[in-house]
Design a protein. Sequence first.
Length: 384
Amino acid sequence: MDNACGVRSKLPDVGTTIFTVIRQLSAQYDALDLSIGAPTFPCDPRLIEWATQAMREGHNQYAPMTGFKALRDTIADKVERMYGASYDPDSEVTVMVSASEALYAATSALVHAGDEVIYFEPAFDSYAPVVRLQGATAVAIKLQPDLFRIDWDQVAAAITPKTRMIILNSPHNPTATIIGEHDIARLTALTRNTEIVVLSDEVYEHMVFDGAVHHSLARYPALAARSVLVFSFGKTYHVTGWRVGYCLAPAVLMNEIRKVHQFLTFAADTPMQLAFLEALSDPQSYLSLAAFYQKKRDLLASKLAGSRLRLLPSRGSFFMLASFRHLTTESDDAFVRRLISDHRVATIPLSAFNSDGEDTGLIRMSFAKDDDTLIEGARRLAGV
């Protein structure tokens, strides 16, 4: 059919995401899902009760554009307790429709046509397309292939007068790595006396394992002064379908981000905000997550110990990588498809997180699943 509308795609090379493809294949073969980072266990039932109560009490209209004041106050208090950082809830905290919206709004507000944005691959798949939609150039720097560390010398070489933003993600999806003090020191030095903004995706902030510390950029005043920090209630409270997140930024940056937010979605869901306000009143509701997910990580790892897959360390998030290169010369995409068709278990090929589709010999598994799913998934993978 002729294109009578004269449509010119802004993302001509972007098609159906790997997550949709894997879901379709999984449905076709009735495969068990270790691919998508969506929990198969229930949230705290009180969360549903609080949201339902808010609806019944008539809280069903638009919330304030920036989020309910009480929720923003509580978020600011939480951040100060955890990271020692003071954010003004009136001008530096905004509740949004998911972390994804916060990432988009921040990039759209602060990045202009002709700018360059550095990010690290493998990467969450929305970063580069959002940058490109602004008419800017997404500059991918590959993480070092051994333990997926950032090569800061490469970052230094990639910075130009056009560099406007660096996107950082820790704990990291998909590699399950975390940044450390060395990374903080290098990032601080490289951005000092520049106009570079840092967009810090910290949606897995509470999922850091083995006693490690989450190095939120909020902890470091020199970085916090130039950073937008993004967080997710959905990830924290096992309700990814509720789509509520928030971001923190200095007022001068937040003022611009709110301009985009008000025309993008205007406000996050009213009853869900009020439910999260109740949940945050108990700090254990999020402080317990590290132990909770570490137990699931260890369960999956123990059940895969006898398999032929080689597991990589998982230091944060709710993902784990496994190498299969010693088993076959198949690409990671072909290997994942065969796992679905022959073994009826779904994972994600790591190449899906590289803009050039570079094969990795690695698959990503999610352990944000109920224990029975993890045990059965490991049993099926053990037959590979």
